[in-house]
Design a protein around this ligand. Sequence first.
Ligand SMILES: Nc1ncnc2c1ncn2[C@@H]1O[C@H](COP(=O)(O)OP(=O)(O)OP(=O)(O)O)[C@@H](O)[C@H]1O
Ligand SMILES: [Mg+2]
Length: 287
Amino acid sequence: MKSSTPPLPHIPAGKKAIPGVRNVVVVASGKGGVGKSTTAVNLAVALAAQGLRIALVDADIYGPSVPLMMGLHNRQPKVANKTLFPLENYGVKTISIGYLTNPEQAMIWRGPMASGAVMQLLHDVQWVHDGEEIDILLLDLPPGTGDIHLTLSQQAPISGAVIVTTPQEVALIDCRKAITMFRKVSIPCLGVVENMREFVCPHCGEQSDLFAHDGAKALAEQQKIPLLGGVPLEPRIRQLSDAGTPITVTDPDSPQAAHYHTIANNLLVELDRLPRQVKIDIPVVQQ
Ligand SMILES: Nc1ncnc2c1ncn2[C@@H]1O[C@H](COP(=O)(O)OP(=O)(O)OP(=O)(O)O)[C@@H](O)[C@H]1O
Ligand SMILES: [Mg+2]
């Protein structure tokens, strides 16, 4: 196993730090269904495989995917003194509203309640274990640029954002909106991931650009954001996600898993480039 030097903490000044968490990186897109959760899960596993302490928080209150994709959908976290204890699988600690609710039940919450719930999934969790802090907490965002995004952007100590998109224009439009939102709240965009980049027919080997070609590369150049990497449209990635055994776990040496390892390495480089911000631990006020 390759071991990486843990990134330095980047807690933006003026934001309340999450006890035990050194970096928070959001995985966002603007558009739904482009592969944020799949990318977040495989990226988390790829980073953990480098010996880093990784957490994955599912900020999708209305449609949590992390429990299923992490193979933990029947499990419930321990709760003690209003503190949640994260579940762990594949070397990644995770927390999701999906561990606490009936998966068949629709969550009918107004925006502020949902945003409050996500903040609790960050702050009311015992992240420190045996005195060890989380190096990177990945936050899998729901689609859009709504209440949850705004609350998190303004209140959570976010080091930076990874933008996931498919290459076609209709996804890129929403990505630009997400990038604009992050810029308005001074959250650095650490890079773009081009998902479902091409499809290679398993029968004839012909390559098709189902969702156009190099759209994310053009977006990255235009917005002056690094391109962290790309992942092809590959049925095995979907099958293994649905089975709760991500490709980075099941077949870590496959070419598909290699794409996620490249993205992980590039993300670490970009985190290293961030100016070290002041870490301030604002004491929690008891209600
Ligand atoms: N590279 C890929 N190849 C094949 N299937 C993929 C790939 N990336 C994602 N998928 C599949 O596409 C579907 C949507 O992916 P995912 O749930 O990760 O998207 P999302 O952006 O998180 O969606 P939402 O906006 O609803 O949260 C899933 O079934 C997933 O398995
Ligand atoms: Mg998702």
